[in-house]
Design a protein around this ligand. Structure first.
Ligand code: NAD
Length: 254
């Protein structure tokens, strides 16, 4: 299927590895001019070369100067993929105000600032796609990821409101909710769970895999493929949705 987005410009955040990289790769394969963002120059430069990215910006996207640098490199994206590292796992009793502000900055306010900076120009051009990489934790919270549950739910509520306001101008905003994908982040989360449960990591990984109806963790490539479809011309009727990619873990009918 031709996704109809060749020649479009995309800004993909948190894209030197993991899910962001999967999205950047899938978009680049469709002929999109992709600018990728992550903090570490050398891994990012390597990723840009592997993916065939149009450009890259080494910066911390959760800071105003980082966002300014990213938007200077890709000033008028047609496609925006928001993503940054997730907050650390832990016990809510240990999180002070600073920990909460860091989580809100990274996983709620950064996507909101990037949306604010880009969607009006998308609307003026009559086409735009925003994908926020959030988490299954929005739908099925995980106790040790309370910072993530809270910050991402705030973003989800915000998106639900504005997605409807922009839909008429050809701009769609949707969230992709990863379950367990085989990335560095998953390994950190598993270590956190093992520590909290007093078990070894291998045991926790094996039982997590066992609990997934498809019997395996997801790959960044399959996450990227869904992202590319949602960014395509064929997905113009998909507005303000929370698309759960979890191998069937969530047991609800809806
Ligand atoms: P990852 O650690 O494999 O990759 C994260 C990427 O973001 C890297 O390229 C990193 O350099 C970049 N990054 C992190 N902080 C950044 C910052 N401040 N500025 C710029 N770049 C930054 O993580 P992942 O597994 O790909 O996860 C992506 C997002 O999805 C995270 O927010 C994570 O919490 C969430 N998530 C992942 C899973 C999973 O199973 N992998 C599940 C639920 C939610």
């Amino acid at each position: 299927m031709d996704l109809g987005i060749a020649g479009r410009r995309a800004l993909v955040c948190g894209a030197s590895k993991g899910l962001g990289r999967g999205c950047a790769q899938a978009l680049a394969r469709e002929g999109v001019a992709v600018t990728i963002v992550a903090r570490t120059e050398d891994t990012l430069a390597r990723a840009a070369q592997d993916i065939g990215a149009a450009g890259y910006v080494a910066c911390d996207i959760t800071t105003p100067s980082g966002r300014a640098a990213a938007l200077a490199a890709c000033p008028e994206p047609d496609i925006l993929v928001t993503n940054a590292g997730g907050p650390p796992p832990g016990d809510f009793r240990d999180w002070d105000r600073d920990a909460w502000i860091r989580a809100l900055d990274a996983n709620m306010l950064t996507p909101i600032e990037l949306i604010k900076a880009t969607v009006d120009a998308m609307a003026a051009r009559g086409f735009g796609r925003v994908i926020n990489i959030t988490s299954q934790a929005v739908k099925a919270p995980i106790d040790i990821l309370g910072l993530s549950n809270g910050a991402r739910s705030g973003l989800t509520g915000f998106v639900a409101g504005i997605a409807r306001k922009l839909a008429r101008s050809g701009v769609t905003i949707n969230n992709l909710l990863p379950g367990n994908f085989d990335t560095d982040r998953l390994r950190t989360t598993m270590q956190g769970r093992a520590k909290a449960a007093g078990k070894d990591v291998e045991t926790v990984v094996a039982s997590a895999r066992e609990a997934i109806p498809v019997g395996r963790f997801g790959s960044a490539e399959e996450f990227g493929a869904v992202c590319a479809f949602v960014c395509s011309v064929h997905a113009g009727y998909l507005v303000g949705q929370n698309i759960l990619l979890d191998g069937g873990v969530y047991p609800g009918t809806f």
